[in-house]
Each structure stands twice: as structure tokens, then as C-alpha cells.
Design a protein around this ligand. Structure first.
Ligand SMILES: Cc1cc2nc3c(=O)[nH]c(=O)nc-3n(C[C@H](O)[C@H](O)[C@H](O)COP(=O)(O)O)c2cc1C
Length: 248
């Protein structure tokens, strides 16, 4: 495993990033039944439906698929290994990206030793794990259940946020999952988050309206936070306190 991790760290450093995020909650691919039903799978299978969808969307076929193949070759996973991964149509793709079930805290420690910048572990929920992360020299944790996309019945990071934030001791505490409105951001900050991430709303905005769509979504969320703070009688983010949230 170190022989695969170390070149990846070198590659990220050479690309000029200052923060390394290790996603901890995808050791094996999830069982997404909706994706199985609609045929979205890896390796990508050219089913009759995929073929039909492709030929009936010429704008996508030429503007996206053909342009990508001409400029970058067959699409492949770019960020799983230091070397270029196999193409998404390759039969051995699953084997190549699948086997991460041996990843353990010792690998986070290895990354910590080698990575000079900030280190973040994403995909924790348990206070015990957050404590190990802190003791391993991690600079920040992202409490996340992967947007509920990995394991059914997983609780949200918001549930353990207060407990983890109370023991942060200088570690940055971030949270994601289900943040949809200004009040969601305010709740997370009130419960102890230093920072909040938003996933699908911005993806949907990108699909609907490209960059302008994302900017519009950011504007909507910003305006909501601003208005909600005023309605709560709070003048700025730093004035948000835990008593704004009451558990019934
Ligand atoms: C299409 C899609 C792909 C994702 N891929 C990754 C990924 O490669 N690595 C990762 O750490 N999280 C991934 N996530 C999870 C997000 O980073 C994030 O934790 C989640 O979307 C937050 O929940 P929200 O969408 O409800 O805001 C993905 C989420 C979606 C919807």
C-alpha cells in the first residue's frame, strides 16, 4: 500500500496543492441500486439504452464525448493512483479502483509523515475516530456520511458534531450532507462547525446552468444566510451561538 500512496502524495504536491484530503468512507464501492437499475456502472457498459441515449444526444456526443477522446484520450479515473488509471470501459477497472478495504489509521500516519501541507480526513462521524485523527496529527476533519450515498442507516455528521467540536482542541471541524438552505448552514455553525460544505445543490446548479448556475446557487445561499441571520437578530457569523438550536 505505501508504494501506491507515496507517489500519489508526490503527485498532489507537484500539482501545487496545499491541502490533502483523504476520503475515509469509501473503502469499497457502495451498492447503489438506483444506478444498477438505470445501468450506470463501471466499467461502463455500452447497453442498447446507453447506445440509444448517445446517438440521440449529438450535442453531448460531439461536444463532450468526442472532444474529450480527441483531447485527452479515453476517459479514465484521474485521481485514484499516481499513474493514469485504466479507461472507464476497461474490464479490470473494478479491480483497480476497488481494493481499498485494507486502508487503516497507519496509512493516515504515513501520509501525515510525508505530506508537508494541511491534512484533512473526510468521512468521519464517530467522536472516537475524530480523536484518533487529532492524535494522528490531522489538521481538520470533515464530518460526513457521504451524502447518505454509501451505507444505509448511517446517521448524519450533524448528530455528533457538538461532541466532536467540544474536543476539537485546535483541529478544524467541517461538516457536509444535506446542507440545502441558509438555515442549515447556520444550524451547523451553531452546533460547532467551523466550516460547512455543500455537494449536490452546486452539482445540480452546474448541470442546469454551468458556471453561471453555480454562481446563482452561491448567491441564493448567501442571501438566505444573510436574511436568516437578520431574522434571528444576529449581526455576523461569529455571533452565532449554540443556543440558537434547541433539541426537542
Ligand atoms: C455524484 C457525486 C460524487 C461524489 N464523489 C465523491 C468523491 O469522489 N469523493 C468524496 O470524498 N466524496 C464524494 N461525494 C460526496 C460529497 O463529497 C459530499 O460528501 C456529499 O455530496 C455531501 O452531501 P450533499 O450532496 O447532501 O451536500 C460525491 C457526491 C456526489 C453526489
Amino acid at each position: 500500500m505505501p508504494e501506491r500512496i507515496e507517489p500519489l502524495i508526490d503527485r498532489v504536491a507537484a500539482a501545487g496543492y496545499d491541502t490533502f484530503v483523504v476520503t475515509a468512507d469509501v473503502p469499497v464501492p457502495p451498492n447503489r441500486e438506483n444506478n444498477i437499475r438505470n445501468g450506470f456502472q463501471v466499467p461502463l457498459a455500452i447497453t442498447p439504452r446507453v447506445f440509444w441515449d448517445t446517438v440521440t444526444h449529438p450535442h453531448w456526443l460531439f461536444g463532450t464525448w468526442a472532444r474529450t477522446v480527441i483531447n485527452h484520450g479515453m476517459p479514465h479515473f484521474e485521481n485514484m493512483d499516481a499513474q493514469r488509471g485504466p479507461p472507464v470501459l476497461a474490464k479490470n477497472l473494478m479491480r483497480n479502483i476497488g481494493a481499498r478495504d485494507q486502508l487503516a489509521w497507519k496509512h493516515v500516519e504515513l501520509i501525515r509523515k510525508k505530506w508537508k501541507g494541511k491534512l484533512v480526513v473526510k468521512g468521519l462521524i464517530s467522536p472516537a475516530d475524530a480523536k484518533i485523527a487529532r492524535e494522528s496529527g490531522v489538521d481538520g476533519v470533515m464530518l460526513s456520511n457521504h451524502g447518505g450515498r454509501q451505507l444505509d442507516y448511517t446517521m448524519s455528521g450533524l448528530r455528533t458534531l457538538p461532541e466532536i467540536a467540544a474536543e476539537a482542541k485546535g483541529m478544524m471541524i467541517m461538516v457536509d450532507g444535506g446542507i440545502r438552505r441558509g438555515t442549515d448552514v447556520i444550524k451547523a455553525l451553531a452546533l460547532g462547525a467551523h466550516f460547512v460544505w455543500v455537494g449536490r445543490p452546486f452539482l445540480y446548479a452546474a448541470i442546469a446552468g454551468g458556471q453561471a448556475g453555480v454562481q446563482r446557487a452561491i448567491g441564493l445561499l448567501k442571501a438566505e444566510i444573510d436574511r436568516d441571520l437578520a431574522l434571528l437578530g444576529v449581526r455576523k457569523l461569529s455571533e452565532i451561538t449554540p443556543d440558537l438550536v434547541r433539541k426537542f
